[in-house]
Design a protein around this ligand. Structure first.
Ligand SMILES: [Cu+2]
Length: 112
């Protein structure tokens, strides 16, 4: 309950802030995306991505993952490198996800 209220406040803040690079809004957007990953019925995989410095970096990684057939939800936090993915294990696997992240130019490893 308290978490939901905190999330709602974070969301209100994010939307009240015009399209502007803001670490707090980026963190709020990541929380929302991460909730969607956790809510998905798909198989979950988490990775640590190194070298991202801004929202464009996380968008690049996120777009590369979303382009993979079978990927259902993606959350990428450039501030911590934490990357969560929900996917259909009949269509793709963690190795392909990791390869797609690395293809964007960032170092990454699977969290175990
Ligand atoms: Cu960047």
């Amino acid at each position: 309950m308290i978490r939901k209220i905190a999330l709602a406040s974070a969301l209100a803040f994010a939307f009240a802030t015009p399209a502007m690079a803001c670490p707090m809004a980026d963190a709020a957007a990541y929380s929302v995306a991460a909730e969607a990953v956790q809510a998905s019925a798909g198989t979950k995989a988490t990775f640590k991505v190194e070298g991202m410095t801004c929202g464009s970096c996380s968008t690049k990684v996120s777009d590369a993952l979303k382009a993979i057939d079978g990927v259902e939800a993606v959350a990428v936090d450039y501030q911590t490198g934490e990357t969560q993915i929900a996917y259909d294990s009949a269509k793709t696997d963690a190795d392909k996800l990791l390869a797609a992240i690395k293809a964007t130019g960032y170092a990454a490893q699977a969290n175990s």
